[in-house]
Design a protein around this ligand. Structure first.
Ligand code: NDP
Ligand SMILES: O=C(O)C(=O)[C@@H](O)[C@H](O)C(=O)CO
Length: 277
């Protein structure tokens, strides 16, 4: 079983350096996949209201081979639940589906700027944290300007910003901004959804240099950048492979070379314009 190291968030919480994405993990197969991942060493589980699998994630937590307190469950507030009261209701709804009395990390899923309610939503999340419904609060898909808007309005800095990040889109400027503000970066679609990234010549060649798989090389690149990747896999063998990235490290010039694959966002998810309800 892999031991996944942790870093300390700006609120003092220990946060794993790698977690499990669960988009599209549903039904009994989804429960089994998440239980297997915990058995393989995963402690951070990433879900969202919009994944429609919070019931399954809660079920997996109850059947997992470790105590609930060793697991960190993330959920996310969807666009249709933006607003102060709506955010608190959304969190209560997630707690009900998960069957848990606390969510470890609560995020705003997308800022949806045309709705104009992410600051109110953030205030609701602060209240939910103060009430003990959630431990850590953060955001997803927020730009530098949006992050500063939250901080300036409330004095509370998000613990995490979960964003699209992979060698095709290394988010250099946003990561530097996070480092200045003490915000932990979390990488969604860290494998670029198994696109041609894994068969890039550079990725294949460097994987051979380190005697690891292309997937392990890419996930280690995230770790070297100081971002927590949350690869999704339904397969126990691939889950184990993905978690086994803490026994080697990459030379700085190899990290830079992988970042040089940059070509931009893969799915047109610019938070200034892309909205999800
Ligand atoms: N906040 C946000 O807006 C977003 C958050 N997310 C989160 O990020 C998570 C991860 O992103 P996701 O989009 O799922 O994409 P990933 O980059 O994690 O890629 C997942 C794909 O890669 C395959 N895969 C995983 N491991 C391996 C491996 N070792 N070898 C070969 N193929 C592999 C999986 O297949 P298989 O299952 O068969 O192994 C699946 O098809 C999501 O599940 C979700 O939790 C994602 C998008 C947006
Ligand atoms: O998976 C998520 O969390 C999402 O927000 C997705 O909807 C993602 O944005 C996507 O699949 C875009 O094509």
């Amino acid at each position: 079983m892999a031991t996944i190291p942790t870093v300390t968030l700006n609120d003092g919480t220990d946060f794993p350096e790698l977690g499990l994405g669960t988009y599209n993990l549903r039904g009994q197969e989804g429960v089994d996949a998440v239980v297997a991942a915990v058995g393989a060493g995963y402690r951070l589980l990433d879900t969202a209201v919009n994944y429609e699998n919070e019931r399954e994630i809660g079920e997996a937590v109850r059947h997992a081979p470790v105590d609930r307190d060793q697991l960190l469950v993330t959920s996310k507030i969807p666009g249709r639940h933006h607003g102060y009261d709506e955010a608190i209701d959304s969190i209560r709804g997630s707690l009900g589906l998960l069957g848990l009395d606390r969510i470890d990390l609560q995020l705003i899923h997308w800022p949806n700027p045309s709705v104009g309610r992410y600051v109110d939503t953030w205030r609701g999340m602060i209240a939910a944290r103060d009430e003990g419904l959630v431990t850590s609060i953060g955001v997803s898909n927020f730009t530098e300007a949006m992050l500063d808007e939250l901080i300036d309005a409330t004095g509370v800095t998000p613990a995490v910003n979960q964003v699209e990040l992979h060698p095709y889109f290394p988010q250099t400027a946003l990561r530097a901004f996070h480092a200045e503000r003490g915000i932990r970066t979390e990488s969604w679609s860290p494998l670029a959804r198994r696109s041609e990234l894994l068969t890039e010549q550079l990725v294949q060649e460097l994987a051979a240099v380190y005697d690891v798989t292309p997937t392990q090389l890419v996930l280690r690149w995230h770790v070297e950048l100081g971002s927590t990747p949350i690869p999704k896999s339904a397969d126990p063998d691939r889950q184990r492979e993905n978690a086994d990235v803490f026994g080697f490290s990459l030379a700085a010039d190899h990290v830079a070379a992988l970042s040089g694959l940059e070509r931009g966002r893969l799915w047109d998810g610019d938070p200034n314009t892309h909205e999800e309800m």
